[in-house]
Design a protein around this ligand. Sequence first.
Ligand SMILES: [Zn+2]
Length: 305
Amino acid sequence: MKRVWVSLFLICVLSIGSSAHTSLIKGARSGNQDAAIKTEKVGGNIYVLIGQGGNIGVSSGKEGILMIDDQFERSAAQIKAALKELGSDKPRFLFNTHWHGDHTGGNTIFGADSIIIAHTNVRKRLMTPNSGGREFKPLPPVGLPSITYDQGLSVHFNGEEVRAVHYANGHTDGDTVLFFTGSNVVHLGDHFFAGKFPFVDTSSGGSIEGLVRNIGELLKQIPSDAKLIPGHGPVSTLNDLKVYHQTIVDTTGIVRDKMKTKSLEQIKKEGLPEKYKDWGTGFIKTDAWIETIYKSYSTSMTNPK
Ligand SMILES: [Zn+2]
């Protein structure tokens, strides 16, 4: 079980590309093309930096830079180069949407200049060895959020309210969604893997039920013409989020139905209907998604094998 989650976590922290981009900025001191950061304007003050790890949201304006997530420590030089193009490589504020290393790895670098803000459980997990049942080296104080909240908070910056709202027990137990209320952009963190099956980190307090519930709430709250930054994948629309939500609901239903009479191995062998094929080509392959559902809804060890 533990091994499965370790491998799922590794899958989670691998990079994903995007087809759309407006410029390509490489770190001046890096010849590594894989570490390239693509900068794309999303709307209003907001940009997205797409590279290795989770998508970075950036507010750029007169008051400076506010950043959401910071990928990996090794990418910090490239991220700084991209930020400099947007005004400054020293963000005033840095939000962590959740604790995973592909979203917080740069904290130790950016924390020297930025105020890091996150949900209470993000700070707790970043301070805890073996967080989420995995081997994890706690971050030094410079990399820890200095402002934390249980429900949410707002930062008034670059002419708009940036509203951070906690959604409980979805991808993890510390997820935040950021609403750029003037720019009409929402950063959903890893609640949203655009067009792909989600990674649900049950060992960090995440759950499929929570994810479905939270996305259902978000579908009601997000304006229909908003631009959405997913944790992984290209900038998306509310309709894309609707389809993602329905896909999670439908595939969970299919697997749960099969679980009444079939073993995990049988269900994996049968797979999911052809129309979901592309959903299993991201971090979470179809087999891993089936396994997540199966284990989430197995109520006892006496389930059929
Ligand atoms: Zn994650």
